[in-house]
Design a protein around this ligand. Structure first.
Ligand code: ADP
Ligand code: MG
Length: 641
């Protein structure tokens, strides 16, 4: 590398002595090219702790353990070519601590032809430290800006953006480079944009605060012009006599959505409570009506009266169907959950769907993966699927396609956080997508409300999705509606996966109607608080040949069980007033008479899991039940024991 050669100055030893003498307070060391120290100022004594006597004659890099930023050869070369070298080196004090030195070395020729170096040094340790702490702080600040979950914007008192966090970049859709140096009002829509400079000016002049120190909900504007609700907190600080303001911005879009969802869920909960309660009472009345009609039927000769009776029975059956739907929505539908492979259930059900939906709708079923076991009430799930399919058909009057996909998904805690109703875990997802009309936001919001329908009077009850919703919730799952107007709708049903098998439950309702009414002669204790319901039950049991004892509550029933040992079966309602419900009664009764068979009935809830565990083999009937169902269950239980 060609360098411009500067010939070193020449200085006599006396001149060197004079230099050190005059500048004795400064840190000056003169040494031979090879390192031997010849001059050592008082300043050096103070800085390094070595006295002149100790230092002179020593090799400088040995005495001060010099550490150079570049190789010594490089330094020598620079000295030779330029006549001086300057840079930052590290020296060691006599006591051992390092001193950061900014040094300037000048090469001088001595009259005897030898060469020396005049080193003027200054201690830059404090500066170095300050520099490092600035760097650390900068790194610290950057790490805050990069990781703070809220968007953070720092502006000066003119409103110019000084820093912009990573979260802010994501939120506003622009990089820090794009906004730093520009006015913060670029992040706001009008009229705030035009007024913002005025706000700061007003504050600086009057000290009157509008946002500073308080949080406020304002509107932000992204780079693409879209707006969003945001919560803004502004803090204030002074730097170099100028004020700076730090804004923390939190996007409220999702929170507002969550709040909206929560309100919706609470509304559903309230409506569900009301509906479920009403339906429950109605169910009891229907049990009485249809039970009595059934008994009349047997005794009536053929003729016009029979037809009238049929009509009444049909109406009662319709009523039972309606209350069943309402109970389903209110999550009070008695469910008989069993271990079901949902893949199989969906596939085998698609034949029936195909017939129901007609030829204009292309039906496909996709099973992604395996292991779709869930603990659900199979027939009720089919009913839910049917309802969704019928909605899809109605949304595709000119035909289209309906795709049902079964897969396994894990909803994590983050997902659950976004949906107030969802709990995390492993689910089997049944997702049904149609290519129909889709829903407007308004319809989507209200679709699961009971009796909400957009269909003509007579063609929609508005209970389809309500039932599906109630059923899914009651099964520990989660329902999601995704719809795009004009494109189609996806209904997703998440049902919790189950690991083990489920014993202790049999499906007595399937096929039960075909077997002839079974009879028996055992003694049955009927416990039911509603006297009319009890009367029907007693009459039916008598008709079947059983000997019946009745009790109007749990306590009375327990007294009877204690008093006699000839009772073969306890037939009890689950929900009863008077301090002892059916579960508790059955448990007490079992501990007294382990051989006792137990049949529960309820229009409302199923036996608690605890009761089912203790009462292995117990069965239950959902109200309203037919005489046939009752007869079947009784024989099941009595013949097993
Ligand atoms: P119904 O079918 O008796 O109207 P639902 O509770 O089943 O009652 O549905 C409520 C409303 O939700 C429907 O009237 C319809 O407006 C809308 N909806 C449900 N499913 C779909 C779908 N697949 N595509 C478009 N709209 C639907
Ligand atoms: Mg429907």
């Amino acid at each position: 590398m060609p360098h411009r050669l500067i010939s070193p100055r020449t200085a006599s030893p006396q001149e060197l002595d004079a230099v050190v003498h005059v500048l004795d307070g400064a840190d000056i060391i003169i040494h031979r090219l090879e390192g031997t120290i010849t001059h050592w100022s008082i300043g050096c004594e103070n800085m390094y702790g070595w006295t002149r006597e100790e230092a002179v004659g020593e090799k400088i890099h040995e005495l001060l353990s010099t550490r150079y930023p570049v190789s010594q050869e490089d330094i020598q070369a620079t000295l030779k070519s330029r006549g001086f070298w300057q840079g930052e080196i590290v020296h060691r004090h006599k006591r051992g601590q390092d001193i950061n030195i900014s040094t300037r070395c000048v090469l001088v020729n001595l009259p005897d032809g030898d060469q020396s170096i005049i080193q003027t040094n200054s201690d830059v340790s404090a500066l170095k430290k300050a520099e490092e702490s600035v760097k650390t702080r900068e790194a610290h600040l950057t790490s805050i800006l990069d990781t703070v979950p809220d968007a953070m914007v720092v502006i000066d008192q003119k409103g110019i953006v000084m820093s912009f966090s990573k979260a802010a970049e994501r939120l506003f859709g622009m990089t820090a480079d794009q906004i730093c140096g520009r006015n913060v009002n670029n992040l706001m829509p009008n009229p705030y944009r035009d007024e913002h400079d005025g706000y700061i000016g007003h504050y600086l002049k009057t000290g009157e605060k509008r946002i500073i120190g308080y949080g406020r909900v304002v509107t932000g504007q992204r780079a693409d012009g879209s707006r969003f609700p945001m919560e803004l907190h502004v803090g204030e600080a002074t730097a170099n006599g100028e004020r700076i303001f730090t804004g923390f911005v939190r996007d409220l879009t999702s929170r507002m959505k969550i709040e909206e969802d929560l309100r919706q869920a609470q509304k559903m909960e309230a409506v569900g409570q009301l509906t479920g309660g009403l339906a429950h009472d109605f169910n009891n009345l229907l049990t009485v009506i249809s039970g009595n009609l059934e008994m009349i039927e047997d005794k009536l000769p053929p003729g016009p009266l029979r037809d009238i009776l049929r009509d009444a029975q049909e109406a009662a059956a319709d009523g039972a169907k309606l209350t069943g739907q309402l109970l389903a929505f209110g999550r009070r539908q008695p469910l008989n959950p069993k271990q079901v492979d949902l893949g199989q259930l969906v596939s085998s059900f698609s034949d029936l769907l195909r017939r129901t939906l007609g030829e204009d709708i292309k039906l496909s079923t996709i099973l992604s993966g395996a292991h779709f076991d869930a603990l659900v009430d199979g027939p009720q799930l089919q009913n839910a699927i049917l309802n969704i399919a019928l909605n899809a058909r109605d949304a595709m009057p000119k035909g289209g396609s309906l795709t049902t996909e079964v897969s396994r998904v894990t909803l994590d805690a983050d997902y659950a956080k976004m949906y107030p109703e969802v709990r995390s875990g492993n689910f089997v997802l049944i997702s049904m997508t149609d290519t129909g009309s889709g829903m407007t936001d308004e319809v989507k919001k209200r679709a699961i409300e009971p009796f909400f329908t957009t269909k003509e009077v007579g063609s929609g009850t508005g209970l389809g999705l309500s039932m599906v919703y109630g059923f899914v919730k009651q099964s520990g799952g989660h329902l999601q509606i995704y719809s795009e107007l004009g494109r189609g709708t996806t209904i997703r049903i998440y049902l919790p996966v189950s690991a083990g098998g489920n014993a202790g439950q049999t499906d007595a309702s399937v096929g039960a109607a075909k077997i002839p009414l079974l009879r028996g002669s055992e003694r049955v204790l009927v416990v039911e608080d509603d006297s009319r319901v009890r009367k029907v039950a007693v009459a039916r049991l008598n008709d079947m040949g059983y000997t019946v004892i009745e009790a109007e509550n749990g306590r009375r029933a327990l007294e009877i069980i204690k008093a006699r040992d000839d009772i073969a079966l306890l037939f009890t309602d689950i929900v009863m007033p008077g301090g002892m419900n059916g579960d508790e009664l059955a448990q007490e009764a079992k501990s007294l008479r382990p051989g006792l068979a137990v049949l529960f009935t309820s229009g409302y809830s199923e036996p608690t899991l605890a009761a089912k565990d203790i009462l292995a083999g117990a069965q239950w009937l959902r109200k309203p039940y037919t005489a046939r169902e009752l007869a079947g269950k009784l024989r099941d239980l009595l013949d097993a024991s």
